[in-house]
Structures are given as C-alpha cells and as structure tokens.
Design a protein around this ligand. Structure first.
Ligand SMILES: Nc1ncnc2c1ncn2[C@@H]1O[C@H](COP(=O)(O)OP(=O)(O)O)[C@@H](O)[C@H]1O
Ligand SMILES: [Mg+2]
Length: 392
C-alpha cells in the first residue's frame, strides 16, 4: 500500500478514537469502514447493505483499495468476494492498539492529511488505472471501460469464447462484442457496446412484450450464427457441453447481460458461461429471466400465472420453437434451475466461499421456490405453449 509522501499519518490527538480518525483521514471514511467490515469476507452487495451505501459506491471504493493494496477481490464461480489482505489486517490491528493507548502517537497537523486517491466518493486510482471507468451492474466481475473497450478478468474459457466471438463477426452477427485479445494486465479486451444494460428493478420497456419478442429473436439469430462454429480440440468452457450440442448456448441470457439501444435489445454481453448445448436449454433460462417465470413471492416482477403463460407462448412463437421443444420447455426451465442449484452446491462443496455465501444467503432456495412454482403450474404453462399446435 502506498501512503502519501510527507510527514506520515495525519494523526490527531483527540479522544480514544485517535487512530480511527487517522486512518479514516488517509483512506477516506467509506474505505476505512470497508476495511473494518472485511474482518470477514463480503460481496459488494453485502458491504453496501452493511454500510448503507449503493453497490456502485462500494464497487468504486473496493477498486481503490484493491489498487492500493489492503484488500483483494477473488472470483469464486459466478460470484466475487472482497477479502482483507495481510497489510489491511496490519492497519486494523495497529489502529486497535493505538485506540487502546498502548503506544504513543506521532502527531502531525491535520492539514497534512492527503486522502489517498482523492476525497470521499471518488475512487482511489493508481496511475496505471487512471482513465478506467468501473462498470457496475454485473455484480460478479470487476469490469472497467477504457475508451471504446471493456476490460474483464479472464478464465480458462476466455480463449474459446474469443474464438466464438470472432466467428460471430465472421458470419455477420453483430449482437455481441468483438474480442480484441488481452491487455498488459492479462485482462480480456472487448468492444464497448453503446447503450444501456438492464438492471433490477427492470424498467417498463424491458418488461414489455415487444422486448420479450425482440430478445428472443436476437437469441434465435445468435444460436443460428453459432451453428457453423467448430470449437478447437483444446476448447475449454465454463460449463461442460450438453447433448444434443445443437448450438453454443450463451448460458446466462438475462436482462443484466443484454444491451439496449433506446428501448431495443441490441446485443448480449458476458459470454463467460457459453458452452455447446441444446437450443432449448438456453431458451428456457431466457424464459425464466425475461417472462419471467418467478414465483410471485420472489423478485421484483409479480405476474399472475396466466400472464406468465401468455408471455411464455409469445417467447416460443418469437423463437419459432418446434412442437417437441414446446412440449419440453416447461420441464427444461425447471431442470435448468435445479441444475443451477446443483452447480452452486457443487462449487460450495469444492471450497468456493462465494457459493457457500450465496447458499447461506438463501439464493439456492429462491431458485428452488421458482422451480417448484414452474412445476406447480406446468399444466397452465404447457397448455398455453401447445394451444393450436399439432401434438408432438
Ligand atoms: N461489451 C460491453 N459493452 C458495454 N458494456 C459492457 C460490456 N461488457 C460489460 N459491460 C458493462 O459492464 C457490466 C458488467 O459486465 P458483465 O460482463 O456482465 O460482468 P459480470 O461478469 O460481473 O456479470 C455490465 O452491466 C455492463 O454495464
Ligand atoms: Mg453479467
């Protein structure tokens, strides 16, 4: 961690919280509070809730702390956790000692305080990260924009995903970012797509029938564009391929991975979870997210089951779904959620603290509740899907 040059920590002599004030003076109040809270690892959302600030604020400050040294952020599966590093622990320990008055304090006038990286509300930056704009909204990875590019952390699957993105451009599909290789920090470089990415609570235009149909048509175009893609022998995917491998599934088609130009969905982002698989596997998850097929007690969109059934039919029609797949769509949506729950538990069992945290926070039971909701209303949903269609 780099401290500002000069006479040292701007300690002030007042009261028992002397070192707290000193550290807060150097780090900034929010960053100081984050450092304290990271006695235990936390996600961005957990920190935001604990500190009573927005996710964006936490994101900005954890970025600064990470650049300066006292914390790190690790990816575990689909989640990220902020963790205090040894140097951060030292800071907090010395503060505790100082607050107990166990050591004498070198005092400097408060005017010497130079907040590390700027005043509260402004993320700390190191010179190499100047000009980077943190893109929040994903909630999993630390994603930044530099000019017309986006930089994201890589995984074993990234090269295969880049080959897929190259292929999409080659065949003229424009609803995905171009891949531009890797930067000197080892991050992937992608084309920045103008527009806005949807977030919860979803805007009305994201919940409209027009969007449901347009997103589904975009997914159909994407699937069709992947048909000729032949992954290399060394291809690595986040999820193992599923049979029948008709297309390359995006793996996480949801409003939070969809770019809108005005009110029109124009592209998908975040292809980390792409993998070969059946069309319906991807479509079922898109249906879960965009119809949406959530239990009325879950999420921010409450739709009566009849309305969910009507919109599910719209989606199937917009995709041009065949009769057999229509008959299987409802159970596939349930299977897809159960697969997600199993994945969370497998990752947690393999030592992922992030997934363990999600399970502790009850995310798996939310998905289970939604899966049970789909099962409970399978007849209503399937009837709408199959009306006026020949029997499979
Ligand atoms: N290619 C892109 N063009 C424009 N914005 C992007 C792009 N990729 C990511 N973003 C922005 O960064 C945010 C997080 O990106 P995403 O790749 O979905 O991260 P995560 O892996 O955390 O889900 C998105 O909500 C979006 O605002
Ligand atoms: Mg994402």
């Amino acid at each position: 961690m780099t401290f500002p040059a000069g006479p040292g920590l701007p300690l002030t002599p007042t009261g028992s919280q002397i070192a707290d004030e000193a550290l807060a003076g150097v780090l900034g109040r929010t960053r100081f509070n984050i450092e304290l809270r990271l006695a235990k690892e936390h996600t961005t959302s957990e920190l935001a809730r604990l500190l009573g600030v927005s996710n964006a604020t936490v994101s900005a400050h954890t970025t600064g702390l990470r650049s300066a040294g006292p914390i790190t952020t690790v990816r575990a599966g689909r989640a990220v956790l902020h963790q205090r590093l040894a140097v951060g622990a030292l800071l907090v320990q010395s503060r505790e000692v100082l607050n107990k008055g166990a050591v004498s304090v070198v005092r400097c006038p408060p005017t010497t305080a130079v907040p590390l990286g700027g005043p509260e509300g402004v993320p700390m930056t190191t010179p190499e990260h100047l000009g980077e704009e943190v893109l929040t909204g994903g909630g999993v990875n630390h994603v930044v924009r530099i000019g017309s590019t986006v930089r994201r952390p890589v995984g074993p699957w990234t090269r295969t995903v880049h080959a897929l993105l190259d292929h999409l451009r080659l065949v003229g599909f424009t609803g995905a970012p171009r891949a531009h290789g890797f930067d000197t920090e080892g991050r992937e470089v992608l084309e920045f797509l103008p527009g806005h990415v949807a977030d919860h609570p979803l805007a009305d235009h994201v919940r409209s029938d027009a969007t449901l149909c347009a997103v589904t048509q975009l997914l159909r175009e994407y699937h069709d564009a992947t048909v000729g893609f032949v992954p290399g022998a060394d291809a690595d995917w986040y999820f193992p391929g599923r049979e029948p491998a008709e297309v390359i599934c995006h793996g996480d088609v949801a409003p939070y991975n969809c770019v809108f130009r005005g009110s029109r969905p124009s592209a998908f982002i975040d292809f980390d979870t792409a993998h070969p698989g059946p069309r319906i596997w991807d479509l079922a998850y898109a249906a879960y997210r965009f119809v949406p097929l959530t239990d009325p007690d879950n999420g921010d969109v409450t739709l009566p089951v009849e309305e969910q059934a009507r919109r599910l039919r719209l989606l199937a029609d917009a995709y041009g779904l065949g009769v057999d797949d229509r008959a299987a769509l409802t159970t596939t949506a349930r299977d897809r959620l159960e697969h997600l729950v199993r994945h969370m538990h497998a990752q947690a069992g393999a030592g992922s603290t992030a997934f363990a945290g999600h399970i502790a926070a009850g995310h798996d039971s939310l998905y289970r509740t939604d899966a049970a909701h789909i099962t409970r209303h399978a007849t209503t949903l399937s009837t709408a899907l199959m009306r006026d269609c020949p029997a499979p």
